[in-house]
Design a protein around this ligand. Structure first.
Ligand code: NAD
Ligand code: NA
Length: 322
């Protein structure tokens, strides 16, 4: 069996919690002898030679004082994090280090990445921090660590950055993960169905509601996410389709997300068809179910020395780099 994937994480938020707890959950199913075909919620049990639980968390970075200095297994329950507890016994994990708050911090984070032996850096800061995303990408390049961008910030879509990763042989997968069964994949599928069946779209909207810190932030900083969510719908008429990344922060929902969809179309002889739907999901599980594939592809690419973006994962991203 090949060596476990050594993963570093920037941004110890709900996605990190869902990922670490989920990896531990699948490892315990494996130890109980449950066959991979029976594991719930997995697209591919083995990808790039790695099983879902072949992940070793080797470094974590945050700027929240409530998380710095704590082991990953504790930090994932600190601060604003509100992903539920789903497993009892977690491996302790690395102690969370201070992340990048200014350009001067890039070199120290690059050094820490090298020391940790990380192969992949998972970037999951709050949405809207283009500068910070670029600094972490610089640190990854300096340490020759693959970079996976979970956020809508333009890293894989910035041609000069992508070219540097490609030239150096360092993997870069981004931008903005498309959740496992999230509002983008569902909305895109519904709009395609309307068009495939020959109906004429008149108007459509998607409104998302949640109670985690991502939703709190998206209610104030929606622009990069809104643009990326429109990209994810694949060439729709922006005059007819509206997407609201966070229709409001509802603390009662914690890390669950509710999305409402409406599609109004004209059918035979111009008569009206109205479709309304509601989706309710554990928001950060929906991210982890895709992160697990992105990090495994990134690591296998890295081990083969293949730099840049892999089109194999384009469907797992809302705004893939070319
Ligand atoms: P979160 O808000 O729970 O966590 C973000 C973490 O980043 C926090 O711990 C915060 O303290 C930390 N942080 C802020 N500035 C930092 C810095 N300079 N260095 C290091 N850490 C810093 O967010 P999340 O739910 O874990 O999501 C992470 C990202 O993934 C968000 O941008 C989100 O929009 C994106 N995303 C999430 C989903 C999903 O959850 N379904 C889907 C697609 C994209
Ligand atoms: Na999340």
């Amino acid at each position: 069996m090949q060596q476990k994937l050594k993963l570093a994480i920037a941004g110890i938020g709900n996605n990190a919690s869902a990922l670490m707890q989920g990896v531990t959950y699948y490892e315990s199913l494996h130890q109980q002898g449950v066959k991979p075909e029976e594991w719930p919620g997995i697209r591919q049990s083995v990808l790039g030679g790695f099983s879902v639980f072949d992940i070793e968390f080797v470094a974590g970075f945050d700027i929240d004082e409530r998380k710095i200095g704590r082991p990953l297994s504790e930090a994932i329950f600190c601060g604003e994090n509100n992903y539920p507890v789903i497993v009892a016994n977690l491996p302790v994990g690395p102690s969370i280090m201070r992340g990048i708050a200014a350009e001067d911090d890039v070199a120290a984070v690059a050094e820490a990445l090298k020391r940790s032996g990380a192969e992949v850096l998972l970037y999951g800061l709050p949405t809207g921090l283009q500068q910070q995303a670029e600094w972490y990408a610089e640190a990854a390049l300096a340490a020759n660590v693959a970079f996976v961008n979970c956020t809508p910030e333009k890293i894989a879509r910035t041609p000069e950055i992508l070219a540097r990763f490609t030239k150096q042989g360092t993997a870069l997968l981004g931008d903005d993960l498309a959740s496992h069964f999230g509002s983008s994949v569902i909305h895109k599928g519904l709009l395609k169905l309307i068009s495939d069946r020959g109906l004429t779209l008149q108007s459509s909207f998607q409104v998302n509601l949640g109670g985690n810190s991502d939703f709190k932030n998206l209610a104030i900083n929606p622009s990069s996410k809104r643009e990326s969510k429109m990209n994810a719908l694949g060439g729709v008429d922006a005059g007819k389709v509206e997407v609201i990344p966070s229709g409001g922060f509802l603390s009662q929902l914690e890390d669950t997300k509710i999305a409402y969809f409406n599609i109004t179309a004209a059918g035979w002889a111009g008569t009206e068809v109205v479709f309304d739907a509601k989706l309710k999901v554990q928001d950060s599980s929906n991210a982890a179910g895709v992160i697990i594939d992105l990090v495994r592809v990134a690591a296998s690419q890295q081990r083969m020395g293949l730099g840049g973006m892999s089109q194999e994962v384009a469907s797992l991203l809302k705004s893939p780099g070319m």
